[in-house]
Design a protein. Structure first.
Ligand code: M6R
Length: 646
């Protein structure tokens, strides 16, 4: 997740900004940059990118106040590398940037691979201002096309540079002051943003605006103000903060700040006192990254679908697949390759693509696929699913598929990762960085992307318009349903307390929820070290039933769907053998209350979307049990977040 820091005051900005970026490192990022307003002077050659830009001379209709210039440094990689670059010889006094107003950014790529050029801050061609941005501008492609028609050229592949050009375009055309041009440009954007803008022309102000991506204004002593995407970069300077809300914009000067709505109405904002310490802030107040990431799922799912589904028109638009959509839609066979949790998402994908798009699907462990000389025919499409995009076996499976002439697509979370780069086309999850080793929000976003792929394949082929609309409405409604179930966290914690000393667990489900049974078992074993197995519920009679006794908790996913009656029969069989049944079922279903020791309830949705809801209590249950057993939840023993060896 990207991070933002801004400073205006009387101290040198550079160190405050870089330190602020270090405080934001926990959010995960792939590049970093700063821009500082320096005292006037000519800009060096080769303005943009990893050097200094801007000469403070506004062009066109904008008011020219020759006062400063913006020096920009940005680097792919760690903040440490940016620090090194800043220590170079480019600064006016032989090293570093000199100025007491500036902005900084850590980027976690969403549009365009991690690189110096794609890193923020971004500037217009004359370097009159610099902008950092968190979030996603959904209509960036349409805006970019319009701006290109006007002759504008873009250096980066980012949606952020499009916003910069849009602001520049508005200002050039109207001669409005920068804050007004920013305001007008923002009214033309669709999507989520938290932005901060610094101006070479006016070294006594910063502009901050928010819609969907948090921004906090820190009020310091002696005319100092700070801006952060969270409180981490502010806390060592001040505890007095103002929270910007969606649709609000602040103009921040040394002597104060004004907050307005994007429409221009004045606002009185309350100053709050920060009570958290740094560690609490990094984890968003949660004890562990895993819990934070579980709780982030509603917004991660919203980001994942942002700009991609239009329920009113019954359309799915997956930009990364546009060029291959015909081939995918008419594929003879789809082969999904993945490992671990991503393999479980692939199993859900198999059900989704077969039932919605009516195309045969096979799911393969990437490690098996790569070595068994797979038979691939023209018309086969291989889709690799990987959160990290670096898993060695999945990458090898992609290469194997390509060598055998198949079209290889990627579903990755990490932008610019090896699998994302090497596949022929793909879809990003946009789930934000996942730091906890146990995958949670990546799983739900993978299932969400696979649902969108299945619907895109079905569009105009196997689903009528009204069916598409109903499916997309249901998909769009999922994030709020996840929000509702996350409110039951305490109930799940109570349940975890009861079973925390169990030595074994069995997870059973059918249909769409068989992969959820596997995922529930994997989550429990990897973080709590309790032995757990997942099975299709009907398989129980073929062996696992021998394990049932009163010391064996059995988790059934028993949603009221096409498999419900059969699952209830399996529950009866376990109850009859004194097994302790924990069931996950629909919110209003009380038929299982007498049969089960515990019932966890989840909201209603269409059958094919239920894994997005049924997995959530299982994630929470594993988390609480692991914490209660004193396990290292975020870094379980022997496990790595990204498995880059065979
Ligand atoms: O990055 P990937 O999605 O390719 O990783 C695959 C597995 O290594 C990963 O899902 C692993 O199983 C997780 N620890 C599960 O929580």
């Amino acid at each position: 997740m990207c991070g933002i820091v801004g400073y205006i005051g009387d101290r040198e900005a550079e160190e405050i900004l870089v330190k602020g970026l270090e405080r934001l490192e926990y959010r995960g990022y792939d590049s970093a940059g700063v821009a500082v307003v320096e005292a006037g002077g000519a800009a060096p050659e080769g303005a943009a990118g990893n050097g200094a830009v801007g000469d403070g001379q506004a062009k066109g209709g904008a008011a020219a106040i020759p006062s400063g210039r913006l020096a920009v440094r940005k680097k792919k990689g760690k903040v440490g590398q940016l620090r090194e670059a800043l220590g170079g010889t480019n600064g006016p006094r032989g090293g570093g940037l000199r100025g007491s107003v500036g902005i900084g950014h850590t980027r976690w790529a969403t549009h365009g691979a991690p690189s110096d050029v794609n890193a923020h801050p971004h500037t217009p061609p004359d370097g009159r201002f610099a902008l950092v941005h968190n979030g996603i501008i959904e209509n960036y492609a349409a805006l970019k096309e319009r701006l290109q028609e006007k002759g504008r050229e873009f250096e980066s592949s980012t949606d952020t540079e499009v916003l910069v050009h849009l602001i520049d375009d508005v200002q050039q055309a109207t001669g409005l002051p920068l804050e007004e041009a920013v305001r007008q440009a923002l009214t033309q954007t669709v999507g989520a943003y938290g932005i901060v803008v610094a101006s070479a022309e006016n070294p006594d102000f910063l502009i901050a605006a928010r819609n969907g991506s948090p921004l906090i204004l820190g009020v310091g002593d002696d005319g100092e103000h700070f801006i952060g995407s969270d409180a981490a970069p502010l806390i060592e300077h001040t505890r007095q903060v103002v929270y910007l809300e969606d649709g609000e914009m602040a103009v921040v000067r040394r002597d104060g700040y004004d907050v307005k709505t994007i429409e221009g109405a004045d606002l009185e904002k309350e100053i709050h006192e920060l009570e958290w310490d740094l560690e609490e802030i990094e984890k968003g107040g949660y004890e562990h990254f895993m819990l934070k990431e579980i709780m982030e799922q509603p917004t991660a799912l919203e980001d994942c679908m942002r700009g991609r589904i239009n329920p009113d028109k019954g359309q799915v638009l997956l930009g990364g697949l546009t060029e291959v959509m015909d081939r995918l839609g008419s594929a003879d066979r789809v082969i999904l390759v993945a490992c671990g949790t991503s393999w479980h998402a692939a199993l859900v994908g198999e059900y989704l693509i077969e039932s919605l798009a009516k195309v045969p699907v096979e799911v393969e462990y990437a490690s098996e696929f790569r070595y068994r000389e797979p038979i691939l025919r023209e018309g086969d499409v291989v889709i690799a699913i990987s959160q990290s995009g670096e898993t060695a076996d999945t990458l090898a499976a992609v290469r194997e598929a390509q060598e055998r002439g198949a079209l290889a697509l990627g579903v990755c979370n990490v932008v610019g990762s090896t699998i994302a780069r090497e596949t022929d086309a793909g879809v990003y999850l946009h789930a934000g960085p996942e730091i906890g080793v146990a995958s949670t929000k990546a799983f739900t976003c993978q299932v969400c992307v696979l649902a969108m792929i299945a619907l895109a394949m079905a569009e105009g082929r196997t689903l009528a318009d009204d069916q598409m609309q109903a499916h997309l409405d249901a998909l769009a409604g999922v994030p709020d349903k996840v929000r509702t179930e996350l409110k039951r966290d305490e109930e799940v914690a109570d349940l975890a307390k009861v079973y925390r000393y169990a030595a074994n667990f069995l997870y059973l489900g059918r249909g769409y929820n068989f992969p959820v049974a596997l995922e529930g078992a994997l989550k429990l074993k990897e973080i709590s070290y309790i032995h757990a197995e997942g099975y299709p519920a009907a398989e129980m009679k073929h062996g696992p039933i021998a394990l049932i006794d009163r010391f064996m908790p059995v988790v059934f996913i028993a949603m009221k769907d096409s498999t419900y009656d059969k699952v209830v029969s399996n529950i009866e069989e376990v109850a009859a053998r004194d097994g302790a049944v924990i069931a996950i079922t629909n919110a209003d279903n009380h038929e299982l209350d007498d049969l089960c020791e515990y019932v966890m309830r989840v909201p209603e949705t269409m059958e094919y979307l239920s894994p997005l809801l049924t997995v959530v209590p299982l994630q929470l249950m594993s988390y609480h049990m692991a914490v209660m057993r004193g396990c290292d939840v975020d870094q379980p023993r022997n496990l790595a977040k990204s498995v880059t060896v065979e």
